[in-house]
Design a binder for this molecule. Structure first.
Ligand code: GLC
Length: 755
């Protein structure tokens, strides 16, 4: 019965025609994948281990070790506490994630110690044992122990020790707990098909990045390999990729420091336009201009602050990308102008797949210039998405990206403010199995050439690269804003991410907290979730609780499936509207603070949502997964259980002040806090200065609890909210001591807020 319902929902979602076509496509894909694996298997699956260490050569900033079985390990220090190891044979990765290669020189020593070799900086020592295992030391302290890797055909596998007290965080997008230990994750961007729940995976954007937290042995690991792979954290850590060299970055240190370095390597999120931090309303099913105007009016009539409305796939002509249906939107330019007058921006969705239609210029151009992915036989590959049969632009081809970039003017010229990239895993509908392109599909990979097994995970990333560059070039005075469903390490340079088709349930609300925190730890500073869940209808309580949580997440959007009944706030009754109005007002009030957090993301790579062990990793704080910091000074303790009347809140050191009623909580201990329906518990660090917007003025609020001691630094970033003009950073230090408060302010920059 449940399967039948799933089938019916599937047909409703993609249409009957497409549902029938999936049978044809699924068969085709299965055959292609079978052929692919038979070629791979014919190439041999001989198992190789490094064998005995035979030679070590000194190279710039490191060493190259050769082993008996024609296997090599290259070790290069990028910083004293950051090292890159590369096991070959295998193709080196096409440089999509890494943006920096001019690291300053590190003083590296290479020496033989008994029968092993030691490659070291002042801070980190790698010992290569004669069998190919590698130990990482800080002084005498062992931080990581890797076993000799194995090469089977072209697939590398390596294990490393997982000590009993180590916790694992990161891994990009996961529907899981905060500590990921005990799980196994596929590294393959995947559309789960309209809905997913707790521990379902892989999802749209798993990433081969994780942080091992273990008293003072913390370190970050990034495997720079785009091939289909797997990472598991069960009895030991095991990583596997079906192709490519086994290249790994290791960064030693506590969480804040390693995120800073990871994002120095892979890039940081640019500062967004201020409006993007406001509230976004969306729903798959808004059909025409009338719907958009009705929604805007609903928000204004109910006195609900709103910043953005999203237009899902129905604005297009027959789901042809870069077109606008002229019956549904006879004058989009006037619509965007009218909305702008009311303070509302419009965003359009954009999928990668191009409808197969010989009368459609984008399809024709793509065919004529070979911009699309091809089958191994050289035919244009055809998959299945909303418009039916569709071709897939090969975004790993620089020429395709250049062509695609030019197309965004069709939307931007109409006054569209930002773009929402969807279905870019890439997704192609199947009746069962993996909903994407066959592994043998051919890609350009920046001229290197390769197949989908290698290019799949970076497909979405490169669509975002094209989109971001398009917005920079077509609208040079304004900051780009893009949202993406899929991506790879480094996608934060181009777009924000959201957790897409999450089911509507309390479990989903819980995993949203851990999921967004783990994304932040993976370098994705800006993310969010569909308020209320995407699939299924939230009841009023769940909807309100989700809304309250989302106000303290970077991307704040209400969105749901076309099969979910209308879900604007007023659909949940007057009480919900009144509560949500307050939530929206709090978000508005906090915008100067959230903007400052966004600046920190762009400067330091810090996520806006940070785990409780952000300032102090004492082992206990990393156990907490139902609270988090939002920026430097807010501690958010969301309500994640149905009917909850009270909850435990653990306060880290210092003192904490209730954001709403000013009551004070001592740090380093747990309290039971009473809960009301109209708000979730939020606390401010004593000593903090929070910039807020009140009656269109910027006000600095100082939070100081009696009896607190010590010094707290707050930053405030301000500029005009968009573009690339003047800015100002204020650094305010508050010293509290025996009833005295000393305030010190330093400012850098030329921007003076008007108030
Ligand atoms: C996908 C997206 C969802 C969107 C729908 C229709 O399911 O994840 O957000 O509404 O496609 O475009």
């Amino acid at each position: 019965m449940e399967n039948f319902k799933k089938l019916l929902d599937g047909i409703k979602g993609i249409g009957l025609g497409n549902a029938l076509r999936t049978i044809i496509y699924t068969n085709r894909k299965k055959k292609a994948d079978k052929a692919y694996w038979s070629v791979v298997n014919k190439q041999g699956s001989e198992l190789r281990i490094p064998g005995k260490l035979s030679d070590v050569k000194v190279i710039e900033n490191g060493a190259r070790a050769s082993f008996q079985n024609e296997i090599e390990l290259e070790i290069v220090f990028l910083k004293k506490d950051m090292v890159r190891t590369t096991w070959t044979p295998g193709n080196l990765p096409v440089q999509y994630a890494v943006i920096k290669d001019d690291w300053s020189d590190v003083d590296v020593k290479v020496e033989q110690v008994d029968d092993s070799w030691v490659v070291s900086s002042d801070e980190l020592k790698l010992q290569i044992h004669p069998c190919g295992s590698v130990s990482y030391f800080e002084g005498k302290k062992l931080i990581r122990q890797e076993n000799p890797p194995r090469l089977e055909g072209k697939a590398w596998t390596q294990t490393a020790e997982l000590e009993s007290e180590t916790k694992i965080f990161g891994m990009g997008e996961q529907a899981n707990r905060l500590d990921l230990r005990g799980n196994s994750f596929e590294l393959w961007n995947t559309d789960p098909g309209g809905s997913y729940k707790f521990q379902e995976g892989p999802l749209y954007m798993p990433l081969p990045v994780y942080y091992c937290s273990n008293s003072n042995r913390g370190h970050m690991v990034f495997h720079e390999n785009t091939f289909k792979g797997k990472l598991s954290f069960k009895e030991e850590i095991e990583v596997n990729f079906i192709g490519g060299a086994l290249r790994t970055y290791f960064i030693k240190g506590e969480i804040k420091k390693v995120i800073g370095k990871l994002t120095e390597l892979t890039g940081r999120s640019p500062l967004p336009p201020l409006w993007a931090l406001g509230f976004h309303q969306s729903k798959w099913g808004y059909k025409n201009e009338g719907d958009i105007r009705r929604i805007a009016k609903g928000y204004l009539d109910n006195d609900l602050p709103i910043s953005v409305i999203h237009m899902d796939i129905d604005y297009m002509e027959g789901f042809r990308v870069f077109t606008i249906d002229s019956e549904r939107y006879p004058d989009l330019k006037s619509l965007t102008a009218d909305m702008e007058e009311q303070g509302i921006k419009l965003i359009t969705i954009l999928d990668p797949a191009v409808k197969v239609d010989k009368d459609y210029p984008i399809y024709q151009e793509g065919i004529e210039n070979s911009y699309f992915c091809t089958t191994p036989e050289g035919q244009t590959f055809k998959g299945l998405v909303w418009p039916g049969w569709a071709a897939f632009p090969d975004f790993t081809n620089p020429k395709t990206r250049e062509w695609w970039k030019g197309k965004y003017s069709a939307l931007l010229d109409e006054g569209i403010s930002g773009i929402w990239h969807d279905m870019n895993e890439p997704a192609s509908f199947v009746s069962d199995g993996d909903s994407t392109l066959p592994l043998s599909t051919l890609h350009n990979l920046e001229g290197k050439k390769g197949n989908h097994a290698e290019a799949h995970n970076v497909y979405g990333m490169n669509m975002n690269r094209a989109g971001y560059e398009a917005m920079r070039e077509l609208r040079p005075d304004r900051r780009p804003w893009l949202l993406t469903r899929s991506g790879w390490v480094g996608v934060q340079r181009y777009a924000w991410h959201w957790t897409a088709d999450i089911e509507s349930s309390w479990d989903a609300l819980k995993m949203t907290v851990s999921g967004l925190l783990n994304l932040g730890i993976s370098g994705i500073s800006f993310s969010g979730s569909d308020i209320g869940g995407f699939s299924g209808k939230a009841d009023t309580e769940l909807f309100i609780r989700w809304f309250q949580l989302a106000a303290f997440t970077p991307f704040f959007r209400n969105h749901a499936s076309c099969q979910t009944p209308d879900s604007e706030p007023w659909e949940y009754g007057q009480i919900a509207v009144d509560i949500i109005r307050e939530v929206l007002r709090v978000r508005e009030r906090l915008l100067p603070y959230i903007y400052t957090c966004s600046w920190q993301a762009s400067e330091f790579g810090f996520p806006l949502m940070r785990p409780m062990f952000w300032d102090q990793d004492d082992g206990n704080l990393s156990e907490i997964e139902d609270s988090f910091f939002f920026g430097d000074h807010l501690l958010v303790a969301p309500v994640l259980e149905e009917g909850q009347k009270e909850r435990d809140v653990y306060f880290p050191e210092g003192a904490w002040i209730d954001f709403y009623d000013g009551s004070v909580y001592e740090g380093d201990r747990e309290y039971i806090v009473k809960i009301q329906i109209d708000k979730i518990p939020v606390f401010v660090r004593s000593g903090a200065v929070i910039p807020v917007k009140e009656n269109s003025s910027r006000i600095l609020r100082l939070y100081a609890a009696e009896g607190t001691r010590g010094s707290t630094t707050s930053y405030i970033y301000s500029d005009s909210g968009d573009g690339y003009g003047a800015s100002m950073v204020e650094e305010i230090t508050v010293e509290q001591n025996e009833g005295h408060i000393n305030i010190n302010r330093m400012a850098k920059g030329e921007y003076y807020p008007q108030e």
